[in-house]
Design a protein around this ligand. Sequence first.
Ligand code: ATP
Length: 503
Amino acid sequence: QQDNFKQVIAHAKEYGYIFSSSEIYDGLSAVYDYGQNGAELKKNIKEYWWKSMVQLHDNIVGLDAAILMHPTTWKASGHVDAFNDPLIDNKDSKKRYRADVLVEDYAEKINQKAQKEIAKARKRFGDKFDEEEFVNTNPRVIRYKKEEKEILERLAKSLTNEDLADVKALIEELGIACPESGSKNWTDVKQFNLMFGTKLGASADSATDLYLRPETAQGIFVNFANVQKTGRMKIPFGIAQIGKAFRNEIVARQFIFRQREFEQMEMQFFVRPGEELTWFEKWKETRQKWHESLGLGKENYRFHDHEKMAHYANAATDIEFNFPFGFKELEGIHSRTDFDLKAHEKHSGKKLQFFDPEMNKNYVPYVIETSIGLDRMFLAVFSSSLQEEELEGGTTRTVLKLPAILAPYKAAILPLVKKDGLPEIAQELLDDLKWDFNVTYDEKDAVGRRYRRQDAAGTPFCITIDHDTKEDKQVTVRNRDTMEQKRIPMAEVKAMLAKEVDF
Ligand code: ATP
């Protein structure tokens, strides 16, 4: 697994997807830059989300709020007082860790043991394998699952009660060692606020303390009345937003999974009080379908209902993804009650209510939130698409099987040779296609090598122009995933691409 993860990171760099930030200065920890292909993939993920959430829903509209917000926002939201992570130091290595992440990683290792047993049994029983029955009857798997659940429940309870001594006790009882040094010599657990501070104004005495937003959601809540009134929105309705968020994360590892500067794609859905749990279930289902529509593999997802609830929520679930380092949170769905709007009413003195004509009364709406990290989605797509394939004849190829709709380039146009007028025809085709699709051109090396290069870069189609093209006006289309080649009229390439990379 660790090797697999290293390969993902190396491949992301080699093919221009992700670089360390300010790499020439040796990088900045937990901050990353997206390269020429990464910027395209990221943009395509955003578009896919925005189209599904905003364009396809009559009652959801977009918003683009500023990163800097009035400082009272963060008092009202609870972030000043409660946006804390429990930290623990190892006395020998002097390294600092998030106590909850240490325990979660330990629990994940137990889960991996269960998954191994399941995989072994699947191999043994083949088609006859009934996973559900196996999980419910195999004593080892039952024991692992029980152990994992008990640990997570105890952690959740201690965190909810802010019982930091018990979090430490749990780490000691489980015998969790420092990942760096192997030492089990831990300090007490302490809380640490994750918000990045900054200053507004030039002179030191008149400057106001601000925070870089740690989530995009609050920009939506403070604009609730603006959007509702000017858009004449009726409950139920939603506001969606994509934007940067900043957290001074202590555990800076796992590549783009946990960054200090990242992007969120969030949607807050406003509903009648009392109807929130029905909508919560609906949004769980809708979001699950969204993920499944990309075809990354159903088995790579799992729902994790929360026992540990944030102070504002009355129901919460995580959609977890099977990242190269195990199942971890990709998206959160929360029923946030009327906590945020009520808190902003209280701190601002402004009404944040809706007059419901059917009920003939005013109320503060309840909120269902769907919140997904764009960078985590990027990692999910990228890591599950990267495959090493065995080919006939004992060779292998590296292929990045990105969903075509998300791929940076939809097609590469390749003249078979660099002469005989073939580059000119290729260029003509490229000039025609580029108005509708992001396409690339490559004439260097033998065509087989160019195919491999495009496979590894994630380009779903290669379109080759050869000598026959001059006569029959046909081109060879090679499919990245099946490696099948077929000849089609050049005039049909555009329609073929439209069909294959359509929403
Ligand atoms: P975690 O427990 O992993 O720290 P969280 O529960 O604090 O995450 P939320 O506050 O629910 O995360 O944020 C919503 C989403 O934003 C997460 O599901 C995740 O995809 C993304 N996210 C949160 N923190 C980061 C980060 N530091 N880097 C990248 N993405 C993040």
